[in-house]
Design a protein around this ligand. Structure first.
Ligand SMILES: [Ca+2]
Ligand SMILES: [Ca+2]
Length: 376
């Protein structure tokens, strides 16, 4: 459904884009409502109450308040299903079919108090789950919620006994797990990238010259984003807040997904002019970083890993808290939560990844947007 509002904005954007692109040999301009796939699922919330919303591929108006979820939740999507990770206090995973986002297929516990952080689904009947209060990567069957096994990572814990296992990514048969290693939310010393062989569900030793099984030491501590794209594995690392010593580390990946060498911090927090809170990648070089400054104002900054060049901050954002952003084809979808003075700025902001210009938004999600997933 294209609304009247959508058509007028579409026409305006076409006119603007035509002006911008005049004289250059670029692709046709991106439409604000040209999703590459099955639409966008959004977790919304005000930290007390959580809900969900959906933006259809051909729409600029979201369907809101589809289903009540935990007030602190994130979503992932795999193979036609949406997985809602209900974090501390709920400690469960809710599974939806993307064809019916109002009716859960199953909701299963991942351990009381486990504070789940991420789920990585490798097949219909096998998923890996991390939790801040667990020292292992748990293996669940997301079809019936049964726990199939566990990969012990307690050897990678810091002094408080917990390794703070958070986000994961898969490449080939390899599972990459971030171990933040924090005490009271601050990095202790180094953080790790733990590599797991999903065929054997065992940790791969990344240092053959040292006794025991080692993980990879990240270039800076406190990782908060991991993306596999093309032949690269890319990790954002915030280090300590306000210290400007984090950045974006790039690893080469072999054709089978095995980890190659690190290029170190290709883009750092000095260049980004703030603390990095996450990344979204367009391709293996071009991406966007979520940045907060010394006043906790939030920004989105484009970068290029091939050249190391950091671009101008995107305009039209409120400077309010941004928890999530994702690339959808030629569009960047940013979840702007608005500011205290401008709560009406809350919603999805849509940008053209090539021109960096705003295409549409804010598109209201009911409660402010907290976690965005692109459906295939
Ligand atoms: Ca710890
Ligand atoms: Ca920092």
């Amino acid at each position: 459904m294209i609304t009247t509002k959508g058509i007028s904005r579409f026409a305006l954007v076409l006119a603007l884009s035509a002006t911008i692109l005049a004289g250059c040999d670029s692709d046709s301009p991106t439409s604000p409502n040209s999703s590459s796939g099955g639409g966008i699922f959004i977790i919304t919330g005000d930290f007390n109450t959580g809900s969900t919303a959906f933006l259809a591929p051909d729409s600029l108006t979201a369907d809101i308040n589809l289903l009540t979820v935990h007030g602190d939740a994130v979503a992932r999507a795999f193979d036609g299903k949406v997985y809602v990770v209900n974090r501390l206090g709920a400690d469960n995973i809710l599974v939806l079919d993307q064809s019916d986002l109002r009716t859960p297929l199953i909701q299963f516990s991942v351990g009381n108090g486990s504070n789940p952080q991420d789920i990585e689904v490798v097949s219909a009947a096998k998923a890996y789950v991390t939790g801040l209060a667990r020292t292992d990567v748990a293996i669940f069957n997301p079809q019936d919620g049964s726990e199939l096994g566990s990969i012990d990572l307690s050897a990678f814990a810091d002094g408080d006994g917990l390794p703070e296992l958070t986000q994961m990514a898969q490449a080939g048969s390899f599972l990459y797990v971030l171990a933040q290693r924090l005490e009271n939310f601050a990095p202790v010393d180094v953080s790790y990238l733990v590599v797991i062989d999903t065929n054997t569900d065992s940790v791969i030793d990344m240092d053959a010259n040292t006794d025991g099984v080692q993980a990879v030491v990240l270039a800076a501590p406190n990782p908060n984003g991991i993306v596999v794209v093309g032949s690269k594995l890319i990790v954002s690392q915030v280090s300590a807040f306000l210290d400007r010593s984090g950045g974006i580390e790039v690893f080469e990946l072999a054709a089978d997904g095995a980890l190659g060498s690190s290029q170190g911090l290709v883009v750092d927090e000095q260049m980004l002019d703030g603390d990095i809170n996450g990344i979204a990648m367009v391709d293996e070089n071009s991406g966007f970083a979520l940045i907060s400054d010394e006043n906790f104002a939030n920004f989105v900054t484009p970068f290029d890993l091939a050249t190391g060049v950091v671009g101008e901050r995107l305009s039209d954002l409120s400077t309010g808290f941004i928890q999530s952003m994702e690339v959808d084809g030629d569009r960047l979808i940013v979840g702007d939560r608005g500011t205290f003075d401008r709560p009406e700025a809350s919603g999805l902001m849509i940008f053209d990844v090539n021109t960096k210009q705003v295409l549409a938004g804010p598109i209201s999600t009911g409660l402010p947007p907290a976690s965005i997933v692109i459906l295939e």
